[in-house]
Write a protein that binds this ligand. Structure first.
Ligand SMILES: Cc1ncc(C[n+]2csc(CCOP(=O)(O)OP(=O)(O)O)c2C)c(N)n1
Ligand SMILES: [Mg+2]
Length: 582
């Protein structure tokens, strides 16, 4: 990036407007700059050193949502960003407030979510003195933010906030934290109309190298058994349409990572659904047997690759990504193309030809019919997969789904078919239990007309359930489906398979969720029979308010298939079990 700002918001407000030449306190500058950035909804929690800022927020035309815990607020801002494509904003006070953001920032960092966090800090003169509620926020959050800084001079405030939005939302997106000592919120200056960014080392390569693009097109045209492996980068780049056109034109099967679900319509024949540890057998086999793997906006995470040494052993690999540091990080690639996914897929589409690849597609379709996702659907037991299928059926595949972490998350990924980007909001990289509920709140704030359903695990829900109050208070009519197996189910599955069924500490007593929901002002229902599931789902969908459905599901159900840690993608366990259900 050149030193000149390319941020439209930065440019828009330049040119010496009267508003910018009047002296005002830092707190007002923060609010004005957020409004310049187009912030309409934000999240945050109060505390001593952010009081000057909250005083200015009192009159600001911003929809402000207060969570019950800063972690919840950070997940809300993150999911708001994932649901809208805008940058989420979260405010917290110094010390405990800022520390409570840690899990949320790390979650956003791992999943490349654009977020700006503003934290209050103790007075500049007190920094380093173990002052009341002092924590080294920039130190603590350095490895879990894309960028962070402390502003010690009020004259730097406006530019720094514009820079934060720019950094958070460009290139590979991520969270940016700005720490503001309370005396800087109070100090006054006339915010300069300077839109000069001071970001010398921050450069984004958008267009990719034309020679690399040409080389990629050549191998795609020559490939007999290609697989397109797509990740969350397609969604953050807004490149789903270009992906579909590219895949159609070259005639390619498409698999998605957990983060990529929704980037390509799973109802299409060419969809191989999710790959990886709990991915489809057909995606995993296809990757292991392909002669060309085209990775776009994906980072070869270990949950996707299994044993990297034997990952896609027969394939040439093309890797298209905006982040040069992710190229050949985990798996060596043959043709790297650094740039914007949409732009590069568009360029590639000009240079590729349709190939029938009949034998390859026949092989894939045989795997698909032999190993679909399935479960033993006996009439007497309430299976978690059945609950998700019923939700899918009754919502006609159109709901926005958030999840907890564990089996619930994997079943949501396997049994709900996603057709549009930003339809699944889940913590992929960090795998943060407790994400689902606050994420539903943030997503609903960002997409008020969507039917937002949190498919959650009981213990994931337990971690942040207090945010039900936030949903009720703000009239955000989210639905929560708890797949209540009593266990930390995914942990129990590992204990069953790898620790000789010694279920050490993975069972906890749960509250009565229906009563809990009612106590917090939501509706609630308990379902313990399979035959009651359709009625309960219907009631939930028809409800206008916040609704919690507690599905007491089969307790020892497992997620299949499964690539055990350290194994190769084709060495899946559970295929015999899936086959026996045919
Ligand atoms: C904050 C956090 N702590 C611990 C874990 C480790 N972990 C992964 S899945 C899981 C169990 C999840 O239980 P539950 O939410 O009930 O989901 P289930 O697997 O039963 O569907 C645990 C403890 C985690 N991912 N996140
Ligand atoms: Mg559970």
């Amino acid at each position: 990036m050149s030193k000149k700002s390319t941020s439209s918001a930065g440019r828009k407000k330049a040119a010496g407007s009267a508003a910018q030449s009047k002296r005002k306190p830092g707190a007002q500058i923060i609010v004005d700059t957020l409004i310049e950035q187009g912030v309409e909804t934000m999240f945050g929690y109060l505390g001593g050193v952010v009081l000057p800022l909250f005083d200015k927020l009192y009159d600001a035309p911003i929809n402000f949502i207060i969570p019950r815990h800063e972690q919840g607020g950070c997940h809300m801002a993150d999911a708001y960003a994932r649901a809208t494509g805008k940058t989420g904003v979260i405010i917290a006070t110094s010390g405990p407030g800022a520390c409570n953001l840690v899990t949320g920032l790390a979650t956003a960092m791992m999943d490349s979510v654009p977020l700006v966090a503003l934290t209050g800090q103790v007075r500049t003169a007190l920094i380093g003195n173990d002052a009341f509620q002092e924590a080294d926020t920039t130190g603590i959050t350095r490895p879990i933010t894309k960028h962070n800084c402390i502003v010690k001079d009020v004259r730097d405030l406006r530019r720094t906030i514009h820079e934060a939005f720019y950094i958070a939302s460009t290139g590979r997106p991520g969270p940016v934290l700005i720490d503001v000592p309370v005396d800087v919120e109070v100090a006054e200056c006339a915010p300069k109309d300077d839109n000069e960014f001071k970001l010398a080392g921050y450069k984004i390569q958008k267009k990719g190298h034309s020679r690399q693009i040409k080389a990629a097109a050549k191998v795609i045209n020559e490939s007999k058994r290609p697989v397109l492996y797509t990740g969350g980068g397609i969604i953050s780049a807004g490149a789903s349409e270009q992906l579909r056109k590219f895949a159609d034109k070259a005639h390619l099967p498409v698999t998605m990572t957990l983060m990529g679900l929704g980037a390509y319509d799973q109802h299409r024949d060419e969809s191989l659904d999710m790959l990886g540890m709990h991915g489809s057998a057909y995606a995993n086999y296809a990757v292991q047997e392909c002669d060309l793997l085209i990775a776009v906006g994906a980072r070869f995470d270990d949950r996707v690759t299994g044993n990297v040494k034997s990952f896609a052993p027969n394939a040439k690999i093309i890797h298209i990504d905006i982040d040069p540091t992710s190229i050949s990080k985990n798996v060596g690639v043959d043709i790297p193309v650094v740039g914007d996914a949409g732009y590069i897929l568009g360029k590639l589409s000009e240079q590729i030809e349709y190939q029938p690849r009949k034998e390859w597609f026949e092989k894939i379709s045989a795997w698909k019919s032999k190993f679909p996702f399935r479960y033993d659907d006996s009439p007497n037991s309430l299976k978690p997969q059945y609950v998700i299928e019923e939700i899918y059926k009754q919502t006609k595949g159109d709901a926005l789904i958030t999840t907890g972490v564990g089996q619930n998350q994997m079943w949501a990924a396997q049994f709900y078919k996603f057709s549009r980007p930003r339809q699944l909001i889940t913590s992929g990289g960090l795998g943060t239990m407790g994400y689902g509920l606050p994420a539903a709140v943030g997503a609903q704030a960002g997409q008020p007309d969507a039917l937002v359903i949190d498919v959650d695990g009981d213990h994931s829900f337990n971690m942040t359930m207090t945010e039900l109050s936030t949903a009720v208070e703000n009239k955000l009519p989210i639905k929560v489906c708890i797949l209540n197996n009593g266990y930390m189910g995914m942990v129990r599955q590992w204990q069953q398979l790898f620790y000789n069924k010694r279920y050490s500490k993975s069972y906890l007593q749960n509250p009565d969720y229906e009563k809990l929901a009612k106590a917090l002002g939501a509706e609630g229902i308990t379902v313990d029979k399979k035959k009651d599931v359709p009625g309960a789902v219907e009631k939930m969908i028809e409800s206008d308010g916040v609704f919690v459905a507690d599905f007491r599901v089969e307790r020892e159900e497992n997620v299949w298939p499964m690539v055990p840690a350290g194994k190769s993608l084709h060495e899946m366990s559970g295929l015999d079990i899936l086959e026996s259900m045919a």
